[in-house]
Structure formats: C-alpha cells, structure tokens
Ligand binder design. Structure first.
Ligand code: PEP
Ligand code: MN
Length: 337
C-alpha cells in the first residue's frame, strides 16, 4: 500500500502518523521524502487496513494498493532512481554509464593486473574477474577460488579499481569481505538462501537475470535481498535462453526500459554473456547505452584465444578502448535528448 502525504506536513505530524500505523497494523513503513511530497510504502499484512479510513486522515493526500508482489524494489515505493555509491566515489545509477570490465576468470597475477591497468586507462571504473566459476561441466576450469580473490585485491591495490566478483555459495562469504560488489550469477538468481544471506550485508550486490527467468522473477529476487535490509542492488540483463542458436543467449533489450519503469534500481547490461560472440559485444553495448542502461559489464582478456573461460566472447583491451570511447560519447548524447 502506498500513502502519499499532503505537501508541507510537519515532521512531528508525519512521525506520529507512522507510529500509529506501526502500532495498529502488522506493517513496516518505508518513507521516501521527495521535494514536493512524502510517500509512505507499507509492507506486510495490509488486508486489515481500511483504505477510506486512512484516506480521511488529515495528513493524507491519497492511498493506493500496490498489486505487484515486489515492494522495496518497486518504483512506486521510491519514485527517484537509486544510486549505488562506493566508498571511492564510483557510482552506478542516476545518470552516466558505469563501465565494469575484466576477464571472465582470474588466471594469473600478470593477467589480472595487466588487464586491470589497460581497462582503467580506457575508462573502466570497476574491475570484474571470476574466482569461483559456475561451469556447465565439472571438468572445466572452476576458477582460482581464494587465490583468485587475493589476486583481485592485488589488482585493486595497483589500480584503485573496485572489484566485482561472483559468489557461488554463502559458505564462501568470509572470503568476500574485501570484495566491493558481490555478483550473483544467472544460475544462482533464485538461490533464495544465498540471496537472504547477501541481504544481511552492507555492500552492493550485482544480481544477474537467470537464463530462463522473467523480469518479475528478477525483481522478486532483488526483493529477497532488500527485504533483509540490503537495498544496494544492481540489476543485470545478461541475455535469456530462447530458440535462437547463433547467439549464446538473446539480449532482451526491452528489459532495460521495462525494469527502469517498474523499479528504481540501477540496471546494467552484460553483452558478453548475452551474445557469446566477440564481434557482437560492441553493437550490443551501443544498443544498451542508447536505450538508457546505467552501466555495462564486459569481458576483456589480454589473449582471448587462450582464455581458460569464455574466450570466444572476450574482447581485447584495444577493442575495449574503442568501445569505451563510443559508448561514453553516446551516453553523453543520450543524456541531452
Ligand atoms: C560471468 O559473469 O562470468 C558469468 C558466469 O555470468 P552469468 O552468470 O551471467 O552467466
Ligand atoms: Mn564469463
């Protein structure tokens, strides 16, 4: 339930009204304060609340029931865009195009530090690199695990770039203390126990859309994290499985404006996993920047043909440099439209 308050209400009156709501009903109240109005989002059992009674209160302008099952992720509860800000000042959301780049997997000290330095020079503000890898085959390279996380920290020390890396199990959480943004991969999007644990942290979570999940299911997974108290969620469209076989997945480009309409959370795009083809990364990245994505996460490898994972979709640092110039220019143009 959404309660819009009349403009210019005293702080004390608002607090008193919220107190009455929480005393009388089994609800949690989320308050969003805008320049012209204050919106209260009620979460919990609102069935006992009489809309007309609430609407008749002095401080209330209007009352609306929210049909969607996601509440904290819902734009109706938080009309402004949410912006994720890291301690170093890097931002995702609220304008601009955040660039996250790096190899699919950390493979060696030289590799991760080398790639980190080159993508930074080309404008990336975040370094990606998998240490725990969700591979379809148990015989494929599974990542460098704890050692990979240590190498990511070394790369961060060298460049200052915050680290984005995937978690596969809550058991590994102690190893992720110094990770700046924890990625939940497509295969874990509905690992609800993992999502609940991540909801107890105070750090951003990059939540990727599952291979065969709907937009609403993605938002419900974000809700799992937010319901536990962690509201720093970044949504990622990374392609979904369709009947098409030429591309690894199908980039659902319409998911970006749809998500931004339904939710206040930042939305980024992963053209690498969406396509599986290095030559498609640039056109898909351009499409994402043009349609209003808040950022891109792109696989960049120093030697794609020898990559231990996802070489066919990895671009070289030189290709990333060109791409970065194009999408940055484009997103600046889009902002002026
Ligand atoms: C990855 O980012 O390397 C990855 C495995 O992504 P996804 O979960 O989208 O497949
Ligand atoms: Mn990958």
């Amino acid at each position: 339930m959404i309660i819009v308050l009349k403009p210019n209400q005293q702080k004390g009156q608002i607090e008193h009204f919220i107190q009455r709501l929480t005393d009388n009903y089994d609800v949690q109240v989320n308050t969003w304060v805008g320049t012209h109005s204050t919106v209260l989002g009620l979460i919990g059992d609102t069935t006992a609340i009489d809309d007309e009674y609430i609407a008749a209160q002095d401080v209330v302008e209007s009352v609306r029931r929210v049909q969607e099952p996601y509440k904290k992720a819902n734009r109706k509860f938080h009309p402004d865009d949410s912006v994720i800000t890291l301690p170093g000042g890097q931002k995702i959301g609220g304008g601009g195009l955040a660039l996250i780049a790096g190899p699919c997997s950390v493979e060696s000290r030289e590799q991760i530090i080398g790639v980190a330095k080159s993508v930074q020079k080309s404008g990336a503000q975040f370094l990606r690199g998998g240490a725990f890898k969700p591979r379809t085959s148990p015989y494929a390279f599974q990542g460098m695990k704890a050692e990979g996380l240590e190498l990511l920290q070394e790369a961060k020390k060298e460049t200052g770039l915050p680290i984005v890396t995937e978690i596969m199990s809550a058991e590994h959480l102690p190893l992720f203390e110094d990770v700046d943004i924890i990625q939940v991969g497509a295969r874990n999007m509905q690992n609800f126990e993992l999502l609940k644990r991540l909801g107890k942290l105070n750090k951003p979570i990059l939540l990727k859309r599952g291979l065969a999940n709907t937009i609403e299911e993605l938002l419900m997974s974000a809700e799992y994290i937010m319901a536990e108290g962690n509201e720093q969620v970044i949504l990622c469209e990374r392609g979904i499985r369709t009947y098409e076989t030429i591309t690894r997945n199908t980039l659902d480009i319409s998911a970006i404006p749809v998500l931004k309409r339904l939710s206040h959370l930042p939305v980024i795009v992963d053209p690498s996993h969406a396509s599986g083809l290095n030559w498609l990364i640039e056109p898909l990245a351009i499409a994402a920047a043009a349609i209003g994505a808040d950022g891109l996460i792109i696989e960049v490898h120093n030697d794609p043909s020898h990559a231990l994972c996802d070489g066919a979709q990895s671009i070289t640092p030189a290709q990333f440099d060109l791409l970065s110039q194009k999408v940055t220019k484009l997103s600046q143009m889009v902002a002026t439209l």
